[in-house]
Design a protein around this ligand. Structure first.
Ligand SMILES: *Cc1c(COP(=O)(O)O)cnc(C)c1O
Length: 229
């Protein structure tokens, strides 16, 4: 175990925390109701450790394979790591995902619900999940249809999965505000509290519209090299 008593401050992390506090204050919300997920996809363990040393322990990855190469060793060194799966998930990766992650943000179809539920039963590990909504109705994007949310919610609950809320990635290069507002309304209409929305460029807007989980990569780690397909 690596001692956390002497937390080393991290300027990028302090900067984001400051912005979260300010946005929360302006929206009359509590900072403690907003979880910062540090998105560490494509980052090496050496790039991740400074955040862990600064006392941050909530991270997000978008690929099971990459995450399973990095995180077991980091988990052994640092206690209390909370790992969020934020990328599209294939059903045949459900076993690995349930074993490694603590939350799944990309549940968007019945076949995946079934695969995850089966693994949660088998491993006796219950992961709260977010239903991902294709909020901009983009053909290439993951997420269920806006109209399908009530049915998917029912299917997840019938399978014994705890649904923490809704997640979305608004279309690139557009004003995200209306999409965040729509996701928040969908969550409200379906009695869900969790809202996973907002990234480096727009997390302050997302907080204003009720985000409970923001997913921030670039603003913490710097620009990312493109991921291979
Ligand atoms: C990469 C990624 C993020 C983080 O994006 P940044 O712009 O680097 O903050 C958030 N959510 C999802 C689903 C991602 O794939």
């Amino acid at each position: 175990m690596i001692e956390r008593d002497s937390n080393v401050s991290n300027p990028a992390l302090e900067n984001i925390r400051g912005k979260i506090e300010k946005s929360a204050r302006l929206a009359d919300r509590k900072t403690s109701d907003i979880a910062l997920i540090a998105v560490s996809k494509t980052r090496s363990s050496d790039e991740i450790r400074p955040l862990l040393d600064a006392g941050h322990h909530v991270f997000g990855e978008n690929r099971v394979q990459e995450a399973s190469e990095k995180w077991p060793a980091l988990k052994a060194d640092y206690p209390d790591i909370e790992l969020h799966m934020i990328g599209q998930l294939q059903s045949n990766k459900a076993a690995e995902a349930v074993a490694l992650f603590d939350y799944i943000h990309s549940v968007d179809r019945l076949s995946l619900i079934k695969a995850l539920a089966k693994e949660m039963d088998r491993q006796e590990r219950r992961l709260p999940c977010f239903l991902q909504v294709n909020i901009g109705e983009e053909p290439q994007k993951g997420g269920c249809d806006i109209k399908a949310v009530p049915q998917l919610l029912e299917q997840a609950r019938d399978a014994g999965i705890e649904v923490a809320g809704l997640m979305a990635v608004p279309p690139d290069g557009t004003n995200a505000m209306p999409y965040f507002a729509l996701l928040a309304k969908l969550a409200r209409d379906n009695g869900l509290d969790g809202l996973s929305m907002g990234m480096s460029g727009d997390f302050e807007k997302a907080i204003k519209l009720g985000a409970t989980h923001i997913r921030v990569g670039t603003a913490l780690f710097g620009e990312r090299a493109p991921q291979a397909a």
